[in-house]
Design a protein around this ligand. Sequence first.
Ligand code: 13P
Ligand code: SF4
Length: 362
Amino acid sequence: MTNISVETPNSKASSGAPSAAERFGVVDMPSLEYTEEVARETAPLYEKVKHHIPEIEWPVHAPYVHAINKLKKERNAVILAHNYQTPEIFHCVADFAGDSLQLAQQAEKVDAEIIIQCGVHFMAETSKLLSPEKTVLIPDMKAGCSLAESITGEDVRLLREANPGVPIVTYVNTSADVKAESDICCTSSNAVRIVESFESDTVFLIPDEYLAQNVAKETSKKILTWKGHCEVHERFTAEELLAYKEADPAIQIIAHPECPTTVTEVADFTGSTSGMIDYAMSQKAGSKVLLVTECSMASNIESEAPGVEFIKPCNLCPHMKRITLPKILESLVYMRDEVTVDPVMAEKAKLAVERMVNLKTN
Ligand code: 13P
Ligand code: SF4
């Protein structure tokens, strides 16, 4: 890894202000009793999560699942969930689940007045940028991201001033303020192709230092970066993965590109969360795969890959885990927390996201 240079982080992210309750009204909190009707109607959903939620716990989750699914229809709302959401959200209430790029594409496509974003703040902001006419709610406004918090719009302006003519590609895991200062956004599934879409030999890919280093291995471009890290993926080490491999050489190691290059170098495959899912699902029955990423993801796909054994070194994202069934229900009942973006900033940030979505690189 030689074509990398790093800047120093300096943090802050933006936030929205609630107001949707006035426009849509609030409703009464539905009953959360585990009735026969609730048991019957949620039984097919329990089948999907029964390997992760003990039967004795289902009466706690089921009334929320039932109430959320009923209320989201009445409110004309859709639930978009990231692959790192817990199984009861991913399988039982999400209308669409996917990686960051897929969620952004869905936000534009869905025919609904309200989006409930089950993920972190930058994802909700991206949905709002692409669909300003829709009301975007996040069940917990504090669901942030260490990458988004590693850099500000002002940092990007200074980088541009100091490096005139060098295109700036910004990972979608950033605030609208940062996106607004960028030429284009990327996600982990399209970063290489976005970087290569520029004629310039040198390209900034910020703020994830490790994503930039992993992309630099796949391109001849000189990649400049920033010192932001994902607090989930930076914790994996090559040593721990090699220990698994030593114990069983047949284990396939599948890593996310937010991991350090020392980790991706020992992986059999590196890709975005959806790329990791596709790779894991393509393994034959009897295979063993180790997913080097947030640990809910293996639980979410386990039931859909029968015969494949998932090994889960468990690193949880504390921000993703702020989203829970009770908070999703509260979002729908009280219409909170609404994610808004300053219109001038939104116009600029939207251009960077749209350039990515329209580049058809995925
Ligand atoms: P992707 O789903 O785009 O791979 O992103 C991973 C991630 O860490 C999102 O927070
Ligand atoms: Fe951010 Fe990492 Fe959590 Fe994704 S997993 S939201 S990149 S801290």
